[in-house]
Design a protein around this ligand. Structure first.
Ligand code: FE2
Ligand code: FE2
Length: 379
């Protein structure tokens, strides 16, 4: 008898989870696979986590038709931090004599030795690495490290479907965007019916202010900004908030704002950065100066920008729905070296504006001069 264990926060369960579960059953020849949502995923603190009951309900809906899959409330019921060695102990007892297979992602395998009682886990279960498409890691190296440390082989489970993240699903729901390419229709219906993830006032404000296309752009800016923030050691929550609000007033009427909100000589393309800043500060109660400045200078840039300001500027320009000529080269420049890539982006923008016969705002010129100078000194 072979029994699999597949844990996670499942917040919510998405199409890639379903694919992983189905592949695991076939490839590993499992008689049963337990899908076990964690009570609280310790690394996900600060994110919107649906209640245990809702996550269980969505899993039951998603796996209804596969009778080898058992959705387990073991960790939810137990409450507190979920320790894998205890979960393994529990299922070992439940299925005496069975061979256990524990499924994990690359990040889990990477920090496995820091878990509680890793030896007990390895002694009682086969470790299965879920290899996803576009995984930003070296599987061979991870496995070699693991096998050298624990003297146990790792089973590889290749799941090369579309990469989906629960974070994107939640953001899409919060921005009122379609989720049907990421989750089952039945799960989407459950989320809609229960208004899961739907009661965030700032997201609702953006949802009501922007047309669909601009919300898709905002989603892209949030995801890009958060991933840059993580890489550069900037607070992800601040990146998310700045990205969420950066284009809030893209479609607002300037005459609805007090005079002086926008500088007199500012071209109309940049008005919305001043208006969005104004609303964030005066109506939405945003007090963090860095967040406010990231919104305020996201179109023009300025000299001496903070890391967060640069992140929002870059995310706005290069998020996935941007398709202008040369965008991939700029993405490469940024991933190679953030600061010099940033200057390249500023210069490209100036070039673009000049070629289009559009005005280059003073602030943008000042920013370019400033960063060119800085670069020159660095060299
Ligand atoms: Fe903008
Ligand atoms: Fe934007």
């Amino acid at each position: 008898m072979k029994v699999g264990i597949f844990g996670g926060s499942f917040n919510p369960v998405h199409n890639e989870h379903i694919l992983i579960a189905e592949r695991a059953i076939i490839e590993l020849g499992l008689n049963a696979l337990y899908v076990i949502p964690t009570f609280v995923a310790p690394h996900k603190k600060g994110e919107v986590v649906a209640s245990g009951e809702d996550r269980l309900n969505m899993l039951k809906i998603a796996f209804l038709s596969n009778d080898k899959i058992i959705v387990s409330d073991y960790e939810i019921k137990k409450q507190g931090v979920s320790y894998t060695y205890l979960t393994i102990r529990h299922f070992k007892k439940l299925h005496e004599g069975a061979e256990l297979y524990f499924l994990m992602g690359s990040d889990m395998l990477d920090n496995f030795s820091t878990w509680k009682n890793p030896r007990e886990i390895v002694d009682n279960a086969n470790i299965v690495l879920i290899e996803r498409r576009n995984g930003n890691y070296n599987a061979n190296k991870l496995i070699t490290n693991f096998e050298n440390t624990f003297k146990k082989p790792v089973t590889r489970l290749k799941v090369y479907g579309t990469t989906v993240s629960s974070t994107e699903v939640r953001l899409r729901v919060m921005l009122g965007l379609d989720t049907l390419s990421l989750i089952l229709k039945e799960v989407a219906n459950y989320i809609a019916k229960t208004n899961l993830y739907g009661d965030n006032p700032l997201y609702n404000r953006v949802k009501n202010a922007l047309p669909e296309k601009r919300r898709v752009h905002t989603l892209g800016v949030i995801l890009t900004a958060c991933s840059l923030a993580e890489k550069l050691g900037v607070d992800k929550k601040k990146a998310e908030l700045s990205a969420l609000l950066h284009d809030l007033c893209k479609y607002s009427d300037i005459s609805d704002f007090p005079s002086g909100t926008v500088p007199e000589n500012a071209p109309s393309d940049v008005w919305h950065q001043y208006l969005s800043y104004y609303v964030a500060k005066n109506e939405l109660g945003v007090t963090d100066e860095d967040v406010l400045n990231a919104i305020l200078y996201h179109t023009t840039g300025r000299p001496n920008m903070s890391k967060l300001e640069k992140i929002i500027y870059i995310a706005d320009l290069l998020e996935p729905s941007r398709t202008f000529k040369g965008v991939d080269e700029l993405r490469n420049a940024i991933s190679k070296d953030f600061n010099s890539g940033f200057l390249t982006c500023l210069i490209e923008i100036e070039d673009f504006l000049v070629k289009q016969g559009k005005p280059v705002f003073d602030l943008t010129r000042q920013a370019i001069n400033y960063y060119k100078g800085e670069n020159y000194e660095l060299n």
